[in-house]
Design a protein around this ligand. Structure first.
Ligand SMILES: C[S@@+](CC[C@H](N)C(=O)[O-])C[C@H]1O[C@@H](n2cnc3c(N)ncnc32)[C@H](O)[C@@H]1O
Length: 472
């Protein structure tokens, strides 16, 4: 592949893989904030909450047991139990604890919303929505409840209600730009660029330096093929943030150039928000099965389970989860802190590095791993020119690089930035050529007619298993 010269030149707007990958609204916790003048029991609950936040779960559990004995009817105790169970990656126990809190205080909006959020992430949308409605009806002037309800609708994939509540939120809380920014992003993700633009413009009018609004305006204009507007907003963005990688990316797109890779900020802005719902959404709703297939391949290559694995773009750790414990190190690399947090809960990875896979590949010493995986990640990384030779270098002789790509047609350029999804697709023959040119001696390309569902249709891709020669 001739690198950039073969890359399709196009202006592309950002949109995510599907509406539900829209980042949720950030919600400061509904739990009452720390109050130094609170009564001693409340102070103790605040201390326990602090322990949970810093992952001292054993101490938190002991303290909670004590609290439960002292105040068996205080609904705040089981609600903290819910937080603890969530941290321990036990959604069923978390739901049980939230139900207990709600039983003790049936009209407590905090417990209603917290339970609703949990249920919405576990695909129990009907009950989640009911609870969110109850909480909203009872507490219409509490912005955190509004934000919680919007997130419940989003996680439950009730997109009309998400929009309705977000619009309602803007009316009820006009001083809060966060809801309007969320709605703009949400509408853009849904392809409603004109409406999204109106909301981005409103945020921009109030906060002219707000970078997300400016990026959103570039994105919407590009999607509407309004190149002049796109250039206008992109110039303003880059003028304000000349050093910002993201601003440069949008500027390049607006000026008709094709960036070789997605900036870190674009990736983290998608995945930090997506992390809590990622597994349920991708595996259950979108039928994503690539990590399972990769685990099968690695298990067949290493029946003794003795190998060291570098999982590039590990996300929530699905490759690790399907592999189970191995007799070697499993190292996860990902840009998204929130995705790593989910993966860490599995307790299978030896460590994580929150860096770009390009940096990880460049900085890892030679002959280090028996296996490298990279599933559903190169669609964001784009140009494989720096990826494949480095993967070969850091593999041990006989080691395997297993990675998936979205398929570009053989009549398309080697690398295509898809307009609708803003993800890169690769041409299989070009990827094979790159692998062989780098020195991989066995390159198996498995056709995957369905990487996952997208917009109700299967998204085609392929899986590459490339072997480093046994002897140099
Ligand atoms: C669709 S998820 C796939 C996660 C996991 N590999 C799987 O198959 O379930 C893509 C992940 O790649 C990460 N990612 C994308 N581009 C990256 C980059 N350049 N460097 C590090 N991580 C990246 C994202 O943060 C996200 O966690």
């Amino acid at each position: 592949m001739a690198g950039a010269s073969r890359i399709i030149a196009a202006s592309r707007a950002r949109s995510a893989r599907s509406p539900s990958s829209s980042c949720p609204l950030t919600m400061s916790s509904l739990f009452p904030s720390a109050d130094p003048f609170a009564d001693p029991f409340t102070l103790e609950l605040q201390r326990i909450r602090g322990l949970i936040e810093v992952n001292q779960l054993r101490q938190a559990a002991q303290a909670l047991n004590e609290a439960q004995k002292n105040a068996p009817t205080d609904a705040r105790v089981p609600l903290l139990g819910m937080r603890l169970a969530e941290r321990a990656n036990n959604p069923n126990a978390a739901i049980q604890a939230a139900r207990k809190a709600l039983k003790l205080e049936p009209n407590w909006h905090v417990a209603q919303i917290e339970l609703a959020l949990l249920l919405s992430k576990q695909q129990q949308g009907d009950e989640a929505m009911q609870l969110a409605m109850q909480a909203l009806a009872a507490t219409p002037h509490e912005i955190k409840v509004m934000v919680g309800a919007i997130n419940v609708a989003l996680f439950s994939e009730r997109y009309e209600q998400t929009r309705t509540w977000a619009e309602e939120g803007i009316r009820r809380f006009p001083q809060d730009a966060g809801i309007q920014l969320f709605l703009a992003r949400f509408l853009a993700m849904q392809g409603e660029y004109s409406d999204a633009r109106t909301h981005y413009e409103a945020v921009h009018a109030r906060m002219p330096r707000q970078p997300e609004a400016l990026k959103g305006l570039v994105s919407c204009a590009l999607n509407e093929h309004d190149n002049e507007q796109a250039r206008h907003w992109a110039d303003r963005l880059l003028g304000l943030y000349p050093q910002d990688e993201d601003a440069r990316y949008w500027h390049a797109l607006a000026h008709g150039q094709t960036p070789l890779t997605q900036p870190a900020q674009v990736v983290t802005s998608i995945f930090d928000g997506y992390a809590p719902a990622f597994d349920a959404h991708l595996v259950n709703s979108l039928q994503y099965r690539v990590p399972r297939r990769v685990a099968e391949i690695l298990n067949a290559k290493h029946p003794d389970r003795r190998f060291n694995l570098l999982d590039l773009g590990c996300g929530t750790g699905q490759v690790g989860a399907y592999l189970g414990r191995i007799e070697g190190h499993m190292i996860g690399v990902d840009l998204s802190e929130k995705m790593i947090e989910q993966a860490a809960r599995l307790g299978l990875y030896s460590r994580f590095h929150r860096v770009n896979v390009l940096d990880a590949l460049r900085d890892t010493p030679a002959d280090h791993y028996e296996a490298i995986t990279c599933t559903d990640v190169l669609i964001y990384v784009g140009d494989l020119t720096p990826v494949i030779p480095n993967a070969l270098r850091i593999l041990k002789p006989g080691g395997h690089f297993v990675f998936s790509c979205e398929r570009a047609g053989e009549d398309e350029p080697d690398l295509v930035l898809r307009e609708a999804s803003n993800r890169y697709a690769h041409k299989a023959s070009a990827v094979e050529r790159l692998c062989r040119a780098a020195g991989f001696d066995e390159v198996v390309i498995e056709d995957l007619p369905m990487l996952r569902m997208e917009g109700g249709a299967p998204l085609p891709g392929f899986l590459v298993t490339a072997r480093k020669p046994l002897a140099a």
